[in-house]
Design a protein around this ligand. Structure first.
Ligand code: PMP
Length: 319
């Protein structure tokens, strides 16, 4: 935990897990001045490794600036995360896909109801063992009503408000017979953006397609890694606008044979259906070969079975 007051960050300190003392008027509670990260530490060979943590530090700095918060210096971010991972390393389970999920969080704590940026902040990092989360074959509800992000809003930042805006759609998934919401671009309402916590990919005639970054999509670190791995494996990749109705027609005709989502929590997870209350379109291959190949390639690096050719693993000194 570290605090920001009078224009500077304190050194971080390791404190026992427990409830926070927050003033009921703390800005974060009323105006959602909060941002966070999601990252994982894996058993990597004989050590423990964080996956691309400097990218999380940079994305959190971007999120912080968007909400008028003082970015956590990269050195403080990394040392806090490393301290927590080293402390919790014995909690990381041993099977493939299992990891320690790490959640750095930054919020404005000043007790003041004026709609202005806080003058005081708290940054902390919590962690929890994570099973090999594999949602299986996900059915995606094409969300044509609600938006998780707005044009000119905070879609490309990892801030609490984006997730608040997605909760109502998520709450209705089960009764609708779906597992995840597929969010459309809030500006045009007809191109694909992403899932609530994952980026979207589709395979058409062996070519990988993913929505181009557009200001409302979160720039996933897994997305970036998948693009790098796919190119490295000789898979053609296109980052472009994907019209939802074109996509559904290509799924119906079989041209789009597989689709998957990716993120820190879900790694690479296959999609089996896309649709709404009237029509469902089944992907021919779920899981498909491209998703399986990319998931294996990524986990092989994260767990130290393959050489870390892109310098992605950040090994943590564990006592
Ligand atoms: N989109 C959203 C909205 C997310 O919350 C996440 C999870 N951080 C992602 C995409 C995937 O990002 P990453 O690969 O960095 O976990």
């Amino acid at each position: 935990r570290a605090r920001y007051q009078d224009g500077c960050w304190s050194d971080g300190e390791l404190v026992p897990y427990g409830p926070l003392a927050l003033d009921p008027a703390a800005k974060v509670l009323h105006y959602a001045q909060s941002c966070f990260e999601g990252m994982k530490a894996y058993r990597c060979g004989s050590g423990v490794g964080l996956f691309r943590p400097e990218r999380n530090a940079q994305r959190m700095a971007h999120s912080a600036r968007r909400l008028c918060m003082p970015p956590v210096p990269e050195s403080l971010f990394l040392s806090a995360v490393e301290t927590v991972v080293a402390h919790c390393a014995n909690l990381i389970p041993g099977s493939s896909g299992e990891s320690l999920y790490v959640r750095p969080f930054l919020m404005g704590t000043q007790p003041d109801l004026a709609v202005t940026a806080s003058k005081a902040y708290e940054f902390y990092v919590i962690a929890s063992p994570s099973e090999a989360y594999h949602p299986g074959n996900m059915r995606l509800w094409v969300e044509r009503e609600d938006s998780r992000a707005a044009v000119g809003g905070t879609g490309d930042a990892k801030v609490g408000g984006n997730y608040a805006a997605s909760l109502l759609s998520i709450a209705q998934l089960r009764e609708r017979g779906y597992d995840q919401s597929l969010w459309l671009n809030p500006g045009n309402r007809h191109t694909v953006d992403e899932l609530s916590g994952m980026n979207f990919f589709a395979v058409m005639d062996g070519v990988l397609h993913t929505p181009a970054l557009n200001g409302s999509i979160l720039e996933g670190i897994t997305r970036d890694s998948i693009l790098t791995l796919a190119r490295d494996l000789g898979i053609e990749v296109h980052e472009r606008e994907i019209d939802i109705d074109d996509l559904l027609a290509l799924v119906a005709s079989g041209t789009c044979s597989e689709a998957f989502a990716c993120g820190t929590a879900a790694i690479v997870s296959p999609i089996s259906e896309l649709g709404d209350s009237e029509q469902r379109y089944r992907l021919a291959q779920a899981p498909g070969p491209v998703a399986q190949q990319l998931r294996a390639a990524l986990l092989d690096i994260q767990e130290g079975r393959a050489e870390d050719r892109f310098g992605w693993m950040h090994m943590v000194q564990v006592a």
